[in-house]
Design a protein around this ligand. Structure first.
Ligand SMILES: [Zn+2]
Length: 105
Protein backbone atom coordinates (compact mmCIF):
# COMPACT_ATOMS: atom_id res chain seq x y z
CA UNK A 1 0.00 0.00 0.00
CA UNK A 2 1.25 3.47 -0.85
CA UNK A 3 1.75 5.48 2.31
CA UNK A 4 1.20 8.99 1.07
CA UNK A 5 1.61 10.40 4.58
CA UNK A 6 5.30 9.56 4.37
CA UNK A 7 5.69 11.00 0.86
CA UNK A 8 3.73 14.25 0.89
CA UNK A 9 3.70 17.21 3.22
CA UNK A 10 0.09 17.41 4.32
CA UNK A 11 0.89 20.20 6.72
CA UNK A 12 1.14 22.36 3.59
CA UNK A 13 -2.66 22.21 3.45
CA UNK A 14 -3.59 25.20 5.55
CA UNK A 15 -6.86 26.64 6.73
CA UNK A 16 -6.88 30.31 5.77
CA UNK A 17 -9.64 30.99 8.28
CA UNK A 18 -7.44 29.91 11.17
CA UNK A 19 -4.71 32.49 10.53
CA UNK A 20 -7.29 35.20 9.93
CA UNK A 21 -9.18 34.33 13.12
CA UNK A 22 -5.97 34.52 15.16
CA UNK A 23 -5.20 37.97 13.68
CA UNK A 24 -8.69 39.25 14.50
CA UNK A 25 -8.61 37.68 17.96
CA UNK A 26 -5.36 39.48 18.76
CA UNK A 27 -7.02 42.78 17.86
CA UNK A 28 -10.06 41.89 19.94
CA UNK A 29 -7.91 40.97 22.97
CA UNK A 30 -6.15 44.34 22.72
CA UNK A 31 -9.50 46.11 22.75
CA UNK A 32 -11.35 43.96 25.31
CA UNK A 33 -9.44 43.03 28.46
CA UNK A 34 -12.37 41.09 29.95
CA UNK A 35 -11.76 38.09 27.68
CA UNK A 36 -9.87 35.29 29.39
CA UNK A 37 -6.52 34.72 27.69
CA UNK A 38 -5.64 31.33 29.15
CA UNK A 39 -4.68 28.76 26.52
CA UNK A 40 -7.84 26.70 27.04
CA UNK A 41 -10.16 29.63 26.38
CA UNK A 42 -8.16 30.98 23.43
CA UNK A 43 -8.04 27.57 21.73
CA UNK A 44 -11.75 27.02 22.44
CA UNK A 45 -12.58 30.41 20.89
CA UNK A 46 -10.60 29.58 17.76
CA UNK A 47 -12.13 26.09 17.47
CA UNK A 48 -15.72 27.34 17.91
CA UNK A 49 -15.12 30.13 15.40
CA UNK A 50 -13.70 27.66 12.85
CA UNK A 51 -16.75 25.42 13.27
CA UNK A 52 -19.05 28.36 12.52
CA UNK A 53 -17.38 29.14 9.19
CA UNK A 54 -17.21 27.53 5.79
CA UNK A 55 -13.81 25.85 5.46
CA UNK A 56 -11.21 27.79 3.46
CA UNK A 57 -8.32 25.47 2.77
CA UNK A 58 -5.44 26.18 0.48
CA UNK A 59 -2.07 24.65 -0.29
CA UNK A 60 0.50 26.87 1.38
CA UNK A 61 3.46 25.93 -0.79
CA UNK A 62 1.60 27.01 -3.92
CA UNK A 63 0.82 30.44 -2.54
CA UNK A 64 -2.31 32.11 -1.34
CA UNK A 65 -5.57 32.15 -3.22
CA UNK A 66 -6.47 35.80 -3.62
CA UNK A 67 -9.55 36.81 -1.72
CA UNK A 68 -11.88 38.63 -4.07
CA UNK A 69 -11.77 42.29 -3.00
CA UNK A 70 -15.50 42.65 -3.56
CA UNK A 71 -16.23 39.84 -1.13
CA UNK A 72 -13.55 40.65 1.38
CA UNK A 73 -15.53 42.93 3.66
CA UNK A 74 -18.42 40.47 3.64
CA UNK A 75 -15.99 37.68 4.54
CA UNK A 76 -14.48 39.83 7.28
CA UNK A 77 -17.93 40.57 8.74
CA UNK A 78 -18.77 36.86 8.75
CA UNK A 79 -15.56 35.98 10.58
CA UNK A 80 -15.99 38.81 13.10
CA UNK A 81 -19.56 37.69 13.87
CA UNK A 82 -18.45 34.07 14.31
CA UNK A 83 -15.60 35.21 16.54
CA UNK A 84 -17.90 37.32 18.72
CA UNK A 85 -20.27 34.36 19.07
CA UNK A 86 -17.36 32.12 20.12
CA UNK A 87 -16.08 34.64 22.66
CA UNK A 88 -19.58 34.92 24.14
CA UNK A 89 -19.93 31.14 24.42
CA UNK A 90 -16.52 30.62 26.00
CA UNK A 91 -16.95 33.55 28.38
CA UNK A 92 -20.32 32.22 29.54
CA UNK A 93 -19.10 28.65 29.89
CA UNK A 94 -15.30 28.49 30.14
CA UNK A 95 -13.54 25.12 30.28
CA UNK A 96 -10.54 26.42 32.19
CA UNK A 97 -10.06 25.41 35.78
CA UNK A 98 -11.31 27.79 38.44
CA UNK A 99 -7.78 28.90 39.26
CA UNK A 100 -6.17 30.50 36.26
CA UNK A 101 -3.77 33.30 35.60
CA UNK A 102 -5.22 36.49 34.25
CA UNK A 103 -3.15 38.45 31.81
CA UNK A 104 -1.72 41.47 33.55
CA UNK A 105 -2.15 44.93 32.07
ZN1 LIG B 1 -9.67 30.76 30.45
Amino acid sequence: MVNIREIYRFDAVENENKEYIIDLLEELLDADHTICTCEQCILDIVAITLNELQPRYRVGILGSIDIDQRNHSEYQDTVVRALQYAVMRVTENPHHSVIFTRRSG
